[in-house]
Design a protein. Structure first.
Length: 406
């Protein structure tokens, strides 16, 4: 990276942190979760308005790395706050919520694109392939956004939060399988059944083995670490542990955030948990907003201008995709009828697509399967589902009284 661009990147990061903090405070003052303010900060600072957040070149790459670091640390903190025994108690409900929340949105998106007339074709490839990509973009759940909202609202220990977090993690595992499928389609050679089974096995196996081995080894490791009596030694080793496990997860074919979430689950059982939890929070409060600003900065405000001829068809497609995306996830809240929890809360918590849906859509766009109009409609759908969930959860938790346990 050229030295002359380093000061401009530092100025951009300074503006991002200050704007995110000010707007998150403003959001809380008007009764909304802080993350909503951070997302709005991203829209304002993005390339379609002020252009503070770099969208190309080395600066954009560095900003992307910092955003990834932010979501990794956020999931690490969520893992620390998650009771593993309580997570197992709602395991069946989480599995069913995640499964329905993947299958139903995919079916709705695929059916709409393949069989119902719409304003744009699927691009340069056949309609069925484009429909698979469109359906895939509706399946994702952004665990980072929902987890931050639940944390802001002080609801991380409710039954609904445990089901949502568990389902979102399972959703990410299923998302890896879907990603392998759509990546194969983009490359022109869809993977066979063995590839799907392998991807699923690696993701599930990594999470299970990491937690089982880590729960045995981590307490002994950190009992040795604390004897070093070096300032913030627990914080340094805890974050290093989270980053290392994230990297191992990615190299094993799983996802970074699954590794960091597993690291949090593991360290929630060590003797030094209280110290680690207290010291990690300030670090997360610096890096996590960068992630949410990056999500908001991907919004192209030109797509919202109905006076532009090219925007009319995009807005229509986006409205239908957003409706299907919301309905599919809301229905997932009713996937386990024998378990007692607030179903609408769980459904709304599964709605945000965030960066995950954007990854699917971007693969299709770069492969020429989705044209720019379709990509724009999907981007608007992702933006709408991302922005509707925080105030929705705030309203539901504010009006539904005390927590419910399964």
């Amino acid at each position: 990276m050229h030295e002359a661009s380093i000061p401009s990147l530092f100025l951009s990061l300074a503006a991002v942190l200050v704007a995110a903090k000010l707007l998150s405070e403003l959001a809380e003052r008007v009764g909304q979760p802080a993350v909503l303010g951070e997302l709005i900060a991203g829209v304002l600072l993005g390339g379609s308005l002020l252009g503070v957040v770099p969208d190309q070149g080395p600066g954009a790459d560095i900003f992307h790395v910092l955003a990834e670091l932010g979501v990794v640390l956020l999931l690490f903190e969520i893992g620390l706050e998650t009771d593993l025994r309580e997570l197992f108690r709602v395991g069946t409900a989480s599995l069913l919520v995640a499964t329905v929340g993947v299958i139903l949105p995919f079916a709705l998106g695929f059916t709409y694109w393949a069989f119902i007339p719409h304003a744009a074709s699927g691009g340069t490839t056949d309609l069925t392939t484009a429909a698979i990509f469109v359906g895939a973009t509706l399946t994702a759940t952004s665990v980072g956004i929902t987890a931050r909202v639940l944390s802001d609202l002080g609801q991380m220990h409710t039954a609904e939060a445990r089901i949502i977090i568990g389902a979102a993690v399972i959703d990410d595992v299923l998302g890896l399988v879907i990603l392998s499928l759509v990546s194969g389609l983009a490359a022109g050679a869809p993977p066979g059944p063995w590839g799907v089974v392998r991807t699923l096995g690696v993701a599930v196996g990594f999470l299970v083995i990491a937690v089982l081995v880590g729960r045995y080894a981590a307490p002994r490791l950190f009992d040795l670490v604390v004897r070093m009596r070096v300032r913030y030694v627990l914080l340094v080793f805890a974050i290093a542990f989270a980053l290392a496990l994230s990297a191992v997860a990615a190299m094993a074919g799983s996802a970074l955030i699954i590794g960091s979430f597993a690291a949090g689950l593991i360290l929630s059982g060590i003797n030094q948990f209280d110290t680690v939890d207290r010291e990690v929070r300030p670090v997360v409060s610096i890096f996590a907003p960068v992630f949410f600003v990056s999500v908001g900065s991907s919004v192209n405000l030109r797509l919202l201008n109905p006076t532009l001829s090219e925007s009319a068809g995009i807005l229509g497609m986006a409205a239908i995709l957003t409706l299907l995306a919301i309905v599919g996830k809301l229905a997932a809240g009713w996937a386990a009828p024998w378990v007692r929890f607030r179903r609408l809360v769980v459904g709304v918590g599964m709605v945000p697509r965030g960066e995950v849906g954007l990854i699917f859509a971007d693969i299709g766009r770069r492969a020429g399967i989705l044209n720019e109009a379709v990509f724009g409609a999907i981007l608007l759908m992702i933006m709408a589902t991302t922005f509707v969930a925080p105030p929705g959860l705030k309203l539901l938790f504010g009006s539904s009284g005390p927590e419910t346990r399964p």
